[in-house]
Design a protein around this ligand. Structure first.
Ligand SMILES: C[S@@+](CC[C@H](N)C(=O)[O-])C[C@H]1O[C@@H](n2cnc3c(N)ncnc32)[C@H](O)[C@@H]1O
Length: 319
């Protein structure tokens, strides 16, 4: 039986990804300080706040100004001391760590929220024609429109290949550059049409939407998602108290690889060459990895929420 906070109710049907697993592995205790670095609609924050049992503190971070309205609703019923900090988690966590703010558990649930995808005007979706934007923080630069219209063919092909693993990265980049010669591209629909025309006909009917990989690549580049994560993980570790738990839910292999590598590096002790009789580097492990393999959603969860299908949770404890 799911605890109350995870059950669907008439007013709030948002059950966050890997809810039970997050609850169990982050093992939040009353009186602790918890950071939800990706507040979104507050699904995970709600369950973490419930674990605090009326005694503790929750710091919520999100770079999307729209998350503040969600936070205000959450705050009214949180039952614990809560605070919202708007900004990129890499910046906010670095500032918190520098100001000696300490936490017992920190969670990242990476990527975009359903709220962002389901609002066509944000330009994240290839399914509806909308302005080419894709910024989680609408005041940041660049937007997808700027990238699509100003980056050269080589740079475009490179992000489509690296961030989208797009097979037809070269032809798509070439088609974009050709199309924008006539007039700048401003709509997601124009980009989708250009992609479809640039790839071989059978590929238009292959696995998934033909624009899916290019849209993922643009979103990652627009929001510098990998760069933020690389900077945020050491800051989160610095903020954690001894015994503190760090959990990261990622949705594609590029993110997961960064988390896996970071955990492995920080879990390593002495790095001296084996021929040395004693350790001279003095390096101690900083983390103990709790999840040897990433935790995946159950088939039941995927049936209920297909967007959870690619989620992977890794958790480590500060030692
Ligand atoms: C998948 S959603 C989180 C959903 C949330 N866990 C829930 O249960 O409602 C990811 C959220 O993280 C935010 N986000 C992504 N990258 C961020 C970053 N670098 N800094 C701050 N917020 C970020 C997005 O704006 C989005 O609201």
């Amino acid at each position: 039986m799911l605890p109350n906070v995870l059950q669907r109710s008439g007013t709030d049907s948002h059950i966050p990804v890997l809810a039970g697993e997050v609850r169990e592995l982050l093992a939040v205790q009353p009186g602790e300080t918890v950071v939800d670095a990706t507040f979104g609609a507050g699904g995970h924050a709600r369950l973490l706040a419930a674990e605090l049992g009326g005694n503790g503190k929750l710091i919520a971070i999100d770079r999307d100004p729209g998350a503040k309205a969600q936070f205000d609703r959450f705050k009214a019923s949180a039952g614990v001391d809560v605070r919202f900090l708007r900004g990129d988690f890499s910046v906010v966590l670095t500032q918190l760590a520098a100001n000696d703010v300490r936490a017992d558990a920190i969670l990242f649930d990476l990527g975009v929220s359903s709220m962002q995808i389901d609002r066509p005007e944000r330009g994240f979706s290839y399914a509806t024609d909308a302005p080419l934007d894709m910024r989680m923080d609408p005041s940041s630069e660049p937007s997808a429109r700027e990238i699509v219209n100003t980056w050269d063919e080589r740079e475009l092909a490179s992000i489509f290949r690296r961030y989208g693993e797009e097979r037809y990265a070269g032809p798509i980049a070439r088609a974009i550059v050709k199309r924008r010669e006539a007039a700048p591209m401003t709509r997601t629909g124009e980009l989708v049409d250009t992609i479809k025309l640039a790839i071989p006909t059978p590929a238009r009917f292959g696995e998934g939407h033909p624009a899916k990989r290019v849209f993922q690549a643009l979103r990652i580049a627009v929001n510098d998602e990998l760069g933020s994560l690389e900077t945020a993980l050491p800051a989160a570790l610095a903020m954690l108290r001894q015994g503190g738990r760090l959990g990261v839910i990622s949705f594609h292999s590029l993110e997961d690889r960064i988390v896996k590598r970071f955990f492995a590096e920080r879990a390593k002790g002495c790095t001296c060459p084996p021929e040395l009789p004693i350790c001279v580097c003095g390096k101690e492990p900083e983390l103990r990895v709790v999840t040897r393999k990433p935790v995946r959603p159950s088939s039941r969860e995927i049936d209920e929420n297909p967007r959870a299908s690619s989620a992977r949770l890794r958790v480590a404890v500060k030692v």
